[in-house]
Ligand binder design. Structure first.
Ligand SMILES: Cc1cc2nc3c(=O)[nH]c(=O)nc-3n(C[C@H](O)[C@H](O)[C@H](O)COP(=O)(O)OP(=O)(O)OC[C@H]3O[C@@H](n4cnc5c(N)ncnc54)[C@H](O)[C@@H]3O)c2cc1C
Length: 448
């Protein structure tokens, strides 16, 4: 049996690692081949991207090599960008692999499957607003975060020099979208300036950095409870972030964002983090049903509506929160949110269901299980200044707001759970220790 996982992100890499280990443990490698396909050589947990963007995290240190992980866990890895699926012939099409000199390294390839899991995540949705893709940086992948980091360092270096003669000079960074990405990035930017001051850019102060956080809705962090949103808004304003709610951007241009009243929000650097969609090539891919943001519609078993041999998990899957599909009182159907927490939970269920399929002729097999999303709450890191969020269910019996050190520990633990799923307990502890050692021996910010 051939199981192919497309996308080695928060959900896909956990799934491929667990399936690989399982087939090894059961001596099934001759009968079951697990293959992971990703367009990159390395994996970086996406919620860390805003830290890469500001230099708080060195992606070179935290990235996981797919080939090494494949070797350690017993799955195969194929480097390549998936562009299509042929369901009649049960094969996946990979685009030719082109290097930076525009040479073809590998021609078009096809990978056969018996079961395939789409786990290729999401990209930023610019909602076709004019000038956004040309003028803004998106934080979808490490290369974009690194590009932002490079531009930020160069701009701050220039600013530090300019301040010699123009003490009122400043750098303005505008971020559209006040979800977790926009909020976390805003706070990290102030931390970056604080640290760079120590590393030689001594003329910089907080007042030379202007950050506009622009949100069309009435409050920031719209997916989180009011009080968390209010708390985060207060903390950001105290840092110096200009929080602009009820502000609709209709255009992006080289010198800033244009609002719906025609006024320009002048900006030196522009980030768009206003929503997500699955990649455009996913729309009705292979005749499968997708929604308006290109996500594959799945059943509670995480199989697509029309093909039981095709699963989808994480940001590229669309599943109602209520397994019976009942619409809540306000008429809007709530969906499983596009978060790392949901991708992790979906990977766990896909693992159980695929294991049942693998073992379907043995007494250990069970009927496929249905996905039930457990919301453990949401946490937002305001860099080293604060962490705010809520914990749900379990011990708290409802929702409980937390902040400060406890919230920081819970925030970090989401990443630790991801590492636990990838590497097991012992390696996860070693990685945690080496992270603390790195904090002592490496600069507090990536400086190049
Ligand atoms: C800056 C930022 C901060 C965030 N913070 C949080 C947070 O604090 N908490 C939280 O729960 N969530 C957070 N999220 C959301 C979270 O990162 C995603 O929900 C989660 O990563 C989705 O997991 P996934 O497995 O579906 O996809 P991803 O983790 O995005 O992985 C998708 C993988 O598919 C690969 N891929 C894509 N297209 C192709 C293709 N055509 N062919 C081959 N491979 C492909 C990609 O290279 C990638 O490795 C954040 C997101 C961002 C951008």
């Amino acid at each position: 049996m051939r199981i192919v996982v497309i996308g080695g992100g928060a959900g896909g890499l956990e799934l491929a690692s667990k399936l690989g280990k399982k087939t090894n443990a059961k001596n099934l490698r001759d009968q079951v081949q697990v293959t992971l396909i990703d367009q990159n050589d390395t994996h970086l947990w996406k919620p860390l991207l805003h830290e890469v963007a500001t230099g708080a995290l060195d992606s070179g240190v935290d990235a996981v090599s797919y080939r090494a992980q494949a070797h350690n866990c017993g799955f195969d890895f194929q480097l390549g960008k998936v562009i299509n699926i042929n369901r009649d012939e049960q094969k996946i099409e990979l685009a030719p692999l082109i290097n930076s000199d525009k040479e073809v390294v590998l021609k078009t390839r096809y990978v056969q499957y018996d079961y395939v899991v789409f786990a290729l995540g999401s990209i930023t949705n610019d909602f076709n607003v004019e000038g956004i893709s040309e003028n803004c940086i998106f934080l979808d992948k490490p290369s974009q975060a690194m590009r932002f980091h490079k531009e930020l360092l160069e701009s701050l270096l220039t600013l530090d020099e300019t301040l010699k003669t123009e003490p009122d000079a400043s750098l303005t960074i505008s971020i559209v979208g006040a979800g977790a990405t926009g909020v976390e990035l805003s706070a990290e930017l102030f931390h970056a300036v604080e640290v760079l001051k120590v590393y030689g850019l001594s003329r910089l102060t907080d007042s030379h950095l202007k950050v506009n956080l622009i949100e069309a809705g009435p409050r920031i962090l719209p997916a989180l409870p009011d009080r968390i949103s209010a708390n985060a808004s207060f903390e950001l304003s105290a840092l110096g972030v200009q929080v602009m709610t009820n502000t609709r951007v209709v255009k992006g241009q080289a010198d800033g964002f244009v609002k719906d009243d025609g006024v320009l929000i002048a900006s030196d650097m522009m980030v768009w983090a206003a929503g997500v969609k699955a990649p455009d090539f996913m729309q009705n891919i292979g005749g499968l049903e997708t929604n308006r943001v290109n996500q594959l519609l799945v059943k509670p078993t995480l199989q697509t509506l029309t093909d039981d041999h095709v699963f989808a998990i994480g940001d590229c899957a669309s599943l109602p929160l209520d397994p019976n599909g009942v619409t809540p009182a306000d008429g809007r159907q709530r969906m499983v949110p596009p978060t790392a927490q949901a991708a992790h939970q979906m990977a766990s269920l896909a693992y159980k269901n695929l294991t049942s399929i693998i073992l379907s002729h043995s007494p250990e097999s069970e009927p496929l299980k249905s996905f039930k999303y457990k919301d453990y709450g949401s946490l937002v890191s305001l860099s080293h200044y604060s962490t705010v969020g809520s914990l749900m269910g379990g011990l708290t019996k409802g929702s409980m707001m937390i902040e400060g050190r406890l919230a920081r520990v819970m925030y970090v633990s989401l990443y630790r759970m991801h590492q636990l799923a990838l590497f097991g307990f012992f390696k996860m502890i070693l990685i945690t220790i080496s992270g603390h050692i790195n904090k002592v021996i490496r600069p507090r910010l990536k400086l190049h």
